[in-house]
Design a protein. Structure first.
Length: 225
């Protein structure tokens, strides 16, 4: 029996170190599901593009800034950064081998093949929480899109990233005047307070309009110079 247009079709299902990840097609859309929790799909990408653009704008004309993108997802953030010649090095940290495979040789390649071929791009297979704790590399911008927000994490282990120690690690990988940009499915005044408490400056929240309901947002903060 052929599935109807409105019935999701599983294209790949993997059991990874953090649980199950699924890529499925629902009509014209590709969707990523982690442990039964919907993460993202290919329907729009507006908020992912704003995440990257807001970080670049906050750098105020810094030449060829290097960006660290937390989470490959469906690839909107990477593709948008790679399409902008103003960025320097583009490093993407993704902990799920399955997601990387779906981009390199699977259905998501149509969205990111050109970006992955860009000589500025590097994909690092690692947990972002561990990466920011251990790396010696530094960046001008850090764009985080690995959860549905600081208060709605995909796995419990991610919660530490938004705690004081995790935010301090984020600040450590940023160069002076560098920008932290965090995508969230809803505004979080408490998270703004946490950013200020660990020393970030120019903390603000930009809303992404949605058709209905609470708007998505990007939290922005600057490491002091």
């Amino acid at each position: 029996m052929t599935a109807s247009y409105d019935t999701p079709v599983v294209l790949d299902r993997r059991e990874g170190p953090y649980g199950e990840v699924v890529l499925r097609r629902h009509g014209a859309l590709l969707q990523i599901i982690a442990n039964g929790c919907f993460l993202m799909d290919t329907s729009d990408g507006r908020s992912e593009r704003l995440l990257v653009d807001a970080a670049l704008a906050a750098l105020d004309g810094r030449p060829a800034p290097d960006v660290l993108i937390g989470g490959l997802g469906v690839g909107f953030s990477l593709a948008h950064a790679a399409a902008d010649p103003r960025w320097g090095r583009i490093t993407v940290v993704e902990r799920e081998r399955a997601v990387v495979d779906w981009h390199r040789c699977g259905p998501l390649a149509v969205l990111t093949a050109e970006a992955l071929a860009d000589p500025r791009t590097e994909v690092v297979e690692s947990d972002l929480v561990h990466y920011v704790d251990e790396t010696s590399a530094t960046f001008d911008a850090l764009c985080l899109d690995i959860d549905n927000g600081p208060g709605w994490t995909v796995t419990e282990g991610n919660e530490g990233l938004y705690a004081p120690a995790g935010l301090a690690s984020c600040a450590r990988v940023l160069r002076p005047g560098g920008v932290l940009a965090v995508w969230s499915a809803q505004p979080s005044p408490d998270f703004e307070g946490s950013l200020r408490n660990v020393g970030f400056q120019q903390v603000r929240t930009e809303e992404i309009p949605v058709a209905r309901g609470v708007p998505d947002v990007v939290h922005l903060a600057v490491r002091p110079g």
